[in-house]
Write a protein of this length. Sequence first.
Lengths: 375, 327, 363, 278
Amino acid sequence: MVPDQKLNHNTTIDRPLLSVEGLKTYFFLQNDFIRAVDGATLWMNQGEILALVGETGSGKTITAHSILGLVNSAPGIVHGKILFEGRNLLEGLDRFCRIENHGETEIVRKDLKGWDKNHQRRLDSVRGRKITMIFQEPVSSLDPYYTVGEQLSETILSTRPGESRSNARDSAHEWLKELYLEPPTYYFDKYAWQLSGGECQRVMIAMALAPRPELVIADEPTTALDASTQTEIIRLLLELRAKYKLSILFISHDINLVLGFTHKMVVMFNGRVMERFPVESLRNGSCEALHPYARKLISIDEREKPLEGDDDLNLAGRKEETQTVSSRACKYLLFCPYVSELTEDLSNRCKSSPPPQVQIEKDHWVSCWRFARKA
Amino acid sequence: MRIEVKNLVKHFPNKSWILSSDDVPAKKAVDDVSFSIQEKEMFGLIGDSGCGKTTIARSVSALLRPTAGDVLYDGESIFEMNKRRFKKFRQEVRAIFQNPDSYLNPHVRIRDVIGEVFKTHTSLRRRDIDEATRDLFGLMGLSLSFLRRYPYQLSIGQKRKIGLARALAIVPRFLIADEPFAGLDISTKRELTWIMQRLQQKYKFGALVISHDLESVRNLCHRVAVMYKGRILELFDISSLVNKTVYHPYTQILLGRKREGARTLILKGKPCPSSQETIGCSFLSSCNLYESFNHPHECIESQPKLRTLQDNHQVACHLCDRALKDR
Amino acid sequence: MPRVFRIGQKGLLSRIPALTRKGILGISFGTLVVLLIVVGALYSKPYAKKFGRGHLHLEHKYERPHIGIFEKVFCHTNDQSDDSSESRSAGDEYEEDDIYQEEGNPESREDSASMLYPLGADKNGRGILAGLLAGCWTVLQCGVLSVGLTLLLGTTFGVLSGYLGRAPILAFLKKGRLMEGKVGAIASSSVSLGELANLLPTLVNIFPRLVLVIIILTLWKEIEIWSVVIAIGIINVPKVSYAIKDKIEHLKNQEFIEAARELGVPHRRIILKHILWYSCKPIILVQMAYIFAEVVLVESSLSYLGYGLPHSWGGMIALERDLILHPGGVYWPFVFPAAAIVIAIIAFNALGDGLSRWFQTRS
Amino acid sequence: MTVKNSLSVFLLRNIIIGLVIIFLATLMVSTLMHSASHQPREGEQMSYFEWVQGLLALDFFDGQFFVKTYRTLILTFGSLIVSLLLALPLGIVSARKRDSKPLRFLTGLADLVCSTPVFVTAYLFILVGIKLFEQSFAVVGSERSSFALLVMFLTLGLSNGTVSEIMRHAREETVRISEQGYITAVVARGVNYKRHFAKSLLIPLLNIVSSRMVYLLSGAVVVEHVFTWEGIGKWSWDSALAGDYPVVMSITFIMVLFVLLVRFGNSLVASHVDLRRR
């Protein structure tokens, strides 16, 4: 179990382990770009838990997939830096992809094959070795045709070349024991469809931790699970984090859950980062949300009555409106309650260019033009 | 007018091939559950997936014949109703289904989805039906542009609303909502809750709301039952949820997903091993009372019965009253 | 070679992939050929009346084609199916318009010859074009009738076996304690109404189709259209019924069927409206196209083997069997019918493919 | 229940169903034959039960019968291999590289060419053979050069839409599988995904192959006619026309048995790979 103070004053060294800068991941559908991630910028330090929070379609999962290079539908990643341990995973890939802006229309020229080849080569030493991932649906992300143990030992083998099969089996058993899947011999020969969701998720965690990674990306690891299992899984994650000195990028849509145990929180909306909090001071109320969207998202549980425009948050109904807004404008422009009281040049700025990230205090950043002016 | 569920039991036989006799023990989805819902009462049924709450919903809406037990509507069993009475029941008791991607026929426009309700239960003409549909959408705050769309053109939240509209098109006296909030974002969930509250205060229909987390029914329901593995563990008024006087450890876990609760729960206490089948209390494997009372034997030996702890607060646990004394 | 993603208007050429993806290309090609066949079929009777089809003109044995490009084509020795197919489709346009301009005056010898033999003549001095047109008529008749029969039977069996599903037929025996334990389990779990309804398609499906067809055809003394229609119609039943069965079994996991039941919609209406009309329409249309291709295939093979209908493309090829082994530069008697068959089959397959893509993109 | 038990149950179930189907199929054929319009020759009026007795006494299975069956099986499997060799790589690769124009063109071409009827393909080959190799393959008699055999395989394998069918399925299944969550997970683990991919692709491929078997057999009828290759396909056709009851019955029996065996093997392998199928 994790002692309490380990969370409170965070024992994290201030060396950015992972930092994503201006990442853009697009999809192309029916003659139009779906800007799943549109210039997202976030960073996390060694040994801390960063929560990436947003609603469905805010591009948090796509961000995670882009970090690991799992986006395989065209055009995919078109721009940005992904620095892991100071090394850019997209080093020199921009020569394969050009973005041309002709006023509002945007043209992307991407050599998919060349990009892919080089990207994979850069990822080889990182993916599955230093960065691993835990997925949302545990059962469907395990191969139904191989037993759990086979897949686990296969993972171990692939990370430690030259290891004998029997050793791999043994360490697989150890890992199963470590995740309280007792007796390991029983679970080793099970198929994913013979186990419950929680058990599958534990196996996934074992697979994610077996290579002794630096960073674990947990993509909504508890959403598909039951209430009672959720807490167990998170407990496990924290326990193992303390044991192996992991950093965790925890993606979730459930703020209440996240506020419980993370260090920093990043709120995403429509593929951009809106605000970044130190969770501790947010919990004890010493800092409060400044961005209208973040405030709406966080305070939503206290309110009994709806704010006006609450139902507008899902964009699917308002596609035609979003198309009228420039792709460079602030993503929240359509819903921003302050639009009316903005000054002329400010509103022009909101419409014309993406807001910068402004530091309010330590670890508290907002990307909104209103504060850019103050700062 | 009330709905009463009496000792409902439902077994699902394992899929039987030819030559494989049914010696395989059938899966007990619902195991001797009984509760009753008064008129104009919102009754919440909370539990993990696979605890049998959907089975209960489907038997209450007469889509599934229980193995044993009965469901009474106005004191009359819904499985022995005559045709006319049953048709009336179909009109008065309506359900919202679980999966928004599949309870709307992907090839049918929304207009016809709603229109079908009127076609089945009323003898309105085309024009009147369209009129009624438009009124309904106005009431639910849905834009009329949806009428021409197909389900795949809507977001999950909108599909949910359409499902609600479909259920309330002809105002029922009783609503069965199976996971009406599953898979929704917080904001959309909120909005849907507000809509349901408003309509309930307007039309005063009773409801059986099924959900997997306690929070979503907190300010919707009047009474809540917590289920686990086909049994009801705790049954209490919403007031005791508000001032946190719930006693069963499982309910406390469910409640614990509130902020500081989550914190304490996640940080204190050890990860428990995966649950095995027991003859005793079904919750034994992850019960912390069981730990703190150093493993009393009655928990292992007998399945606890649902018994009254305080006025209209029932718990099925051997240890809860002891825990109460110790407080 | 960078791939370009561009918002907004695109050139016509760059749209072609999208068109194929949506299946519009396939659909248009298919419909074009279908129209050609229909026109040919309709025109076959008057053409035959005008210039005669049945009786022999032995002096015209292996008359060369009277359309220039074909003479050029057949100066070259070897030919592949695809360029001959081009020539065939080109030939169609030729037929139609020079028929229409020649309509009035077939008196002068050359004209009548060039009218009779625009595509040359066969061993018995019959016009190839006349045979092709007659074949169009046969294919159309045969196809429409037998596809109709297939759809009727297939839909019935499919709906029965899919909707009844695993409802055990002998369950009541178990309930009535007539059969205990293993036997009861066997009976109730093995023989379900659905499987019973599925029996005939299964039986038909395990037979080599041509063998079954010939066995069925021996029921009649001589071949007429009905026997062929029934035989071909029956052997295609499994395709439809399986497709519909699978669809329904997929639908059963969807909640909207249950939602309709909850609403109180009667079973008959659920089957007819929700299952057949709303959900199975696409499948039925797609299967229709594929089955039409099958019909062309089987019908031509039948008459190639000498047990089919009289005026058929397959028969025209069969007539030249021995010629094919040693063709002295005489290819047209079997190139044109072969091209006709191939194009027809390809067109119907393309139509089915296009339809399925079209329906996929629509939902 | 344990795996071994379930396996035996599974086998028994398949065998019983197979027997029932064989019985019904032969019964159906015999009724058809009896009600056929031909007048059977003297002394060949035979009832179903007599035939069954003869079958159990193995009367009909003389050397000639086995030779012909053997020839047809050779033809069928050979052409199956041919079409698999062409269809599988095309289908899978075209699904992996969706936006490569030459591949799309190639698959389209194969799709078109391979839906031609058998006899047309046969004549194309014959013509090509005559033009290029100065020899015709349609030699009367049973002995063939291996080259001629190959041509027959090609003929049957490349026609009647077998190739296009298998190709379509391979393509669709490849797309479906590569969208599965577990493939993504495997890639994210940095493990080589090919093993997982192949194993998931196996079952659907077996299904389509076993379902194409019937079509190949019926195509064999025509091929044997064109190349005068004395197999049971041609034989069944002729004897059906002649109303030769015992021969037709036993050929039907053999063919149905063959098809059922193929399916049985398919479901056996499938249930071995995927335990859920038991």
